[in-house]
Write a protein that binds this ligand. Structure first.
Ligand SMILES: Nc1ncnc2c1ncn2[C@@H]1O[C@H](COP(=O)(O)OP(=O)(O)OP(=O)(O)O)[C@@H](O)[C@H]1O
Ligand SMILES: [Mg+2]
Length: 259
């Protein structure tokens, strides 16, 4: 009698483990899907980010070419200056493409990284897209804390939240649109908050936005962005990701333990 109970218990334990593993596998697949879904958006970002420097490159040598055609004398310094400009533009382009590549690499191991570094690489990815719509991006860093975790995944969360705010600011045609990111420390936690003035999350209950495939009032939403973000913050970084409405927009708070 006793033995059967123990057997039952072991069987139950085995089944629970099986189910947990299965649900982890599901999360992994969803995660990969989410990355693919954001690929299209990222390519859009690259083309935005490269258009301007390509145009600048095009025009750098125009005055030099004109002088040569007109048979005018040309200073070495003019040529050197043009070459220097060209170098700085190609460096910018190469940095952006590196940031994109990093973004799509899977982090193999946890590392210690500075929040500001990741924020900077995000800015390299989204800035031109935001400028196109006159969206102001404010970053307020009271500290530049370090955290331990998967840094590309961390960036992915930032991009998801920024892109969501951008989507709403554009589709609701908000005047003087802005996104404000603040970074500070509180006890043993690093806190990153995101605010916008797009009018807030119009979903009730609000936490539905974190469910997989939940998308609302969007043409091409897959509904994976926030689900994936929560997974990254809460399962992989042992933190918390929460959403509220505040003032005239949405407010996201990401709380991550320092160690
Ligand atoms: N800053 C915000 N302001 C208002 N609503 C928001 C904001 N961020 C998210 N939402 C709402 O939450 C929903 C879920 O967001 P989520 O990122 O998970 O999916 P999505 O943006 O619709 O699709 P995708 O998978 O392409 O990101 C959005 O469809 C939107 O309605
Ligand atoms: Mg989204």
């Amino acid at each position: 009698m006793r033995q059967t109970k123990i057997d039952d218990f072991l069987e139950l334990e085995r089944r629970i483990e099986e189910e947990v593993n299965r649900s982890r596998e599901k999360d992994k697949i969803l995660f990969q899907q989410a990355k693919l879904a954001s690929l299209g958006e990222m390519i859009g970002n690259i083309s935005h980010q490269w258009r301007q420097p390509l145009m600048e490159m095009n025009s750098i040598f125009l005055p030099i070419e004109a002088k040569i055609t007109l048979g005018q004398s040309l200073e070495n310094s003019e040529i050197l200056e043009a070459i220097e400009k060209l170098n700085s533009i190609t460096k910018f382009m190469s940095d952006t493409i590196d940031d994109f590549r990093d973004f799509f690499l899977n982090d193999k191991e946890k590392t210690r990284f500075k929040i500001l570094e990741q924020i900077n690489s995000i800015i390299n990815i989204v800035s031109t897209g935001l400028k196109t719509y006159n969206i102001k991006l404010d970053i307020i860093m009271k500290k530049n804390p370090e955290i331990v975790g998967y840094k590309n995944e961390f960036s992915q969360v930032l991009i998801n939240i920024i892109n969501n705010a951008k989507d709403e600011l554009i589709s609701r045609k908000i005047e003087n649109p802005y996104i404000k990111i603040s970074v500070f420390e509180e006890n043993d936690f690093v806190i990153v908050t995101f605010e916008d003035n797009a009018g807030g999350i119009r979903v009730n209950p609000l936490d539905m936005i974190f469910e997989p495939f939940f998308t609302f009032e969007k043409k091409n939403g897959s509904g994976i962005g926030l689900f994936m973000s929560k997974l990254i913050v809460e399962k992989n970084m042992q933190g918390k990701l929460k959403a509220y409405n505040k003032n005239d927009g949405a407010f996201f708070e990401m709380k991550i333990p320092k160690e």
